[in-house]
Design a protein around this ligand. Sequence first.
Ligand SMILES: [Zn+2]
Length: 372
Amino acid sequence: MSNSYVVGLDQGGTAVNATVLASDGTFLVGELIETPSRVTEGPDAALAALTTALDGVLEAVGLDRSAVSAVGLDTPGPASAEGRFSSRGSTNFGHDGWRNYDIRGGLAQHVGLPVTYTNDGNAAALYAHQVHFGTRAPRTSSMSAIVGTGLGGGLVQNGQIISGAAGMAGEVGHVHVPTVGLLEPDQPLPSCNCGFTGDAESIASLTGIRRNLLPYWLGRFPGHPLADLDIAEAAKQLRDYAERGDELASAVFRQQAKAIGALFTIVANVTDPHAFFLGGGVVEAGSAFRDWFLDEVRDATRLRDEQQAIVEFALVPDRDMAGARGAALAALAAGGAADAGKADGSASELVLGEASDARSSGGRSESAATSR
Ligand SMILES: [Zn+2]
């Protein structure tokens, strides 16, 4: 059984989440195992932190590096499909050393193991796809939208991530959505960090709430208690208000749902997937709010009759662990474990499971697998 494990490392702005996947599809880690990511100290410190996370998770499951055939790494972008950050560096890592930095190559050299790179939204999309479809995964397609600080996600076709020529396929947050019927007649066009106006992330993200939706809707509800708070704090508290049925908060989330539905409608006409997955903070909301939100998204997604009969809507499971688990799956699919995966990199028929004694650390974090 040597060399039949892959390690998944999800490198975020504050923490590294780690998991171990056996070649038979069993995750040896049941809950979140997190260590500091040290990304703001630059690549050298971050590589040391990734190595600590790698060795830590192996120790937790009683393996050493010789049992590992490959590492799957995921990070927020922007980065190429091979894991080289953009010339502007990483939006979330705040250190000049990340400009043009090859994180995949750097880690491979540092730990002496093959490393497969996936962006974080794509990793979560791959995990959602594999969990939902199981043995049907290699013959099905899906799109994931993950609402966090930004709007991440990805497209999966026949069990594999569509990464595109420049690694920028599946940047679902920066797709423009029609604003007619979505925005109120007197509502300003929402702007995004990326420079676009009226793209999906400018509405369906925490940043979109803070920057665009909340300032507008507070004007429509004079005297609302959220008006007394700093706008960033008010944006964070908005979901609690929505869960209590607050009118302003419901209006904001209804707009988000419409934007996601408009995005799904576009993709339904581009890749025509079998399923749409929704992830992010909404997954951890109370079930009444969660169901309402998913229903609103479904109602706002315009499908043709032939698609209605096929298409499924579901939530991305295991929010905190989806990135690390998806990164591990990508490494496995790339042929990362000795007795699984196919040499041509095509998706294998995997049935995911968890070891009965899977380690539980119990910790929770806010770092979702989204574009942070
Ligand atoms: Zn954008």
